[in-house]
Design a protein around this ligand. Structure first.
Ligand code: DHE
Length: 492
């Protein structure tokens, strides 16, 4: 064999084979579904921001074996282990130029469903439209519409991939708006059970808020760092509000909420110590008022006057109370661990208004007086919880234990004594989470967070199970009346 042939043979041997190139593999196998530049298409976006909740070994497993109940196939027969590892590493690598999503991109993505325009303002079903509950099912990305009087489904339909945050209703309860983590916003006509319009307003989105006058939708984005204002008519984009702080830094937006009595939106920011208030009425409409703070406030709870924000920062051991009128911090809160104040509730305890918050890190529910912002009680639970829910017409609040060995437990707390009076295990060994009530507080609905999970309907007074509705990994539930009437027992 001459030298050239030996060299060629060596280069072709596994020792000298070039390392697999993740970008090439992406273009070959993934781009058609996950989009050019990893921005998403039929499949979700595969940018580092979109993958924070997916551990790398899980990504490798998904590429190798595919994902059940989705169109994601397995690639074990097509790529070897090194190629799969290179591809997984590539999707977690930030793009060399930050991805953009501008007005023209939004406009090009807008879909107006013609068959859902100008339909009658009358429900097509017999159920009481004010007592409808929407159930978001993550297992197969669908939504069930429940008749809240009898707790029976009246409709079920496919949604886009990975909804997150509460759907937001117009005040009459007819139209509902929701966001996916990939930035798709949907407008749904609940009375006609039809999707009216859709638009992609961001690349990585947190949630939406709808103004109380029913005219504006505001979208909170992680990527790009902005808020996007849409018209509620057909979701046409009206304004991009870049989030640039006083210190010249841009920020992700953690969440945005409607502050009805203030006629404004209020946004929590992840990367800069500011809270933004964006009025939607008056001479300063749509011009952000930037409240500069000493500490970050990336999740908060409004007191019932909407003047005070009770906030937690994920990086600070103390919570803070911010007076929105004066734009200053007025008190510190004794909130240990990682309080999930956004999921807090309000009620009366011994003649005082109090708020209670679950905790994502510590096994406790913290109860705080709203008159002096002092902690009244740390109610010890069996583990960290995600959601706390109640209703005006019940003496009980339900607190889940979302993670850890006791994730199947659901505590029932008596609001009169602040004691746990019952710990239910709806399905032993399976995560039970997120309670929502019907309009009258008669039923408490618990999600069994499993692919072949269920919604369990309890009698809210006797705490006895009434029935089980099979559901695909149900998570959030949203009752029209409770959400539009700002029930003190739920988030808005
Ligand atoms: Fe959520 C609401 C933030 C993870 C299910 N979640 C919210 C809201 C915020 C938030 C700011 C309020 C928006 C609204 O209602 O308009 N969630 C976060 C996080 O920061 C966190 C911890 C990590 C993340 O990556 O986002 C997080 N959330 C989750 C989950 O893992 C859950 C259980 C499953 C999922 O959907 O990914 C989850 N979040 C929910 C639900 C709501 C929610 C069901 C609405 C609750 C309601 O009753 O209104």
């Amino acid at each position: 064999m001459n030298r050239t042939l030996i060299l060629l043979a060596l280069l072709a041997s596994p020792v000298f084979a070039a390392a697999p190139d993740g970008a090439d593999l992406y273009n070959k196998y993934c781009q058609s579904c996950h989009g050019a530049d990893r921005l998403g298409g039929m499949g979700p976006a595969l940018l580092p921001e979109s993958l924070v909740r997916l551990k790398r070994p899980a990504a490798v497993k998904a590429i190798t074996e595919g994902l059940p109940a989705t169109q994601m196939p397995g690639y074990a027969e097509v790529m070897n282990k090194d190629e799969i590892a290179a591809l997984a590493a590539w999707i977690y690598t930030p793009p060399t130029t930050p991805p953009k999503w501008e007005m023209a991109d939004m406009k090009a993505s807008q879909i107006i469903h013609k068959e859902a325009q100008n339909l009658p303002a009358k429900p097509v079903f017999k159920a009481d439209p004010t007592n409808i509950t929407l159930v978001v099912e993550h297992g197969d990305h669908s939504m069930t519409v429940l008749d809240g009087d009898v707790m029976e489904p009246i409709h079920r339909f496919q949604t886009r991939y990975a909804l997150h945050g509460g759907p937001k209703f117009t005040q009459d309860g007819r139209f509902v708006f929701w966001a996916t983590r990939d930035g798709w916003i949907t407008k749904f006509d609940l009375w006609n059970l039809k999707v009216v319009a859709e638009i992609r307003a961001g690349l990585n989105t947190r949630n939406v808020a709808v103004s109380s006058d029913g005219k504006q939708v505001l979208v909170a984005n992680y990527l790009p760092h902005n808020l996007v204002r849409l018209s509620t008519d057909d979701l046409s984009p009206q304004q991009i509000i870049p989030v640039l702080g006083h210190n010249g830094k841009t920020s992700r937006v953690s969440s945005v909420y409607d502050a009805r009595p203030r006629q404004s939106f209020v946004a929590a920011l992840k990367d800069i110590p500011e809270v933004w208030e964006i009025p939607y009425a008056g001479p300063n409409a749509f011009q952000p008022r930037k409240v500069v703070l000493k500490d970050y406030l990336d999740d908060f709870y409004f007191d019932q006057t909407y003047r005070y924000l009770l906030g937690a920062s994920r990086s600070s051991p103390k919570g803070q109370v911010v007076d929105l009128d004066t734009g200053t911090k007025t008190a510190e809160l004794d909130l240990p661990g990682m309080p999930h104040v956004g999921s807090g509730i309000t009620f009366d305890y011994q003649g005082r208004r109090v708020m209670a918050s679950p905790n994502l890190q510590d096994g406790e529910v913290t109860v705080i007086g709203l008159d002096d912002f002092k902690t009244i009680k740390h109610i010890k639970t069996l583990g960290p919880g995600f959601f706390l829910r109640s209703h005006e017409n019940t003496p009980y609040a339900w607190a889940d234990v979302f993670s850890g060995p006791e994730k199947d437990a659901m505590h029932v707390i008596d609001k009169r004594t602040l004691e746990i009076v019952s710990t239910l295990r709806p399905v032993p060994g399976k995560t039970s989470t997120h309670v929502e009530y019907d309009r009258y507080g008669k039923y408490a609905l618990v999600s069994i967070w499993e692919h072949d999970g269920a919604l369990i309907v309890y009698d809210a007074q006797s705490l006895k199970e009434i029935k089980r509705l099979p559901m695909k990994r149900p998570v959030g539930k949203y009752n029209v009346w409770n959400k539009t009437r700002l029930s003190e027992g739920t988030s808005h």
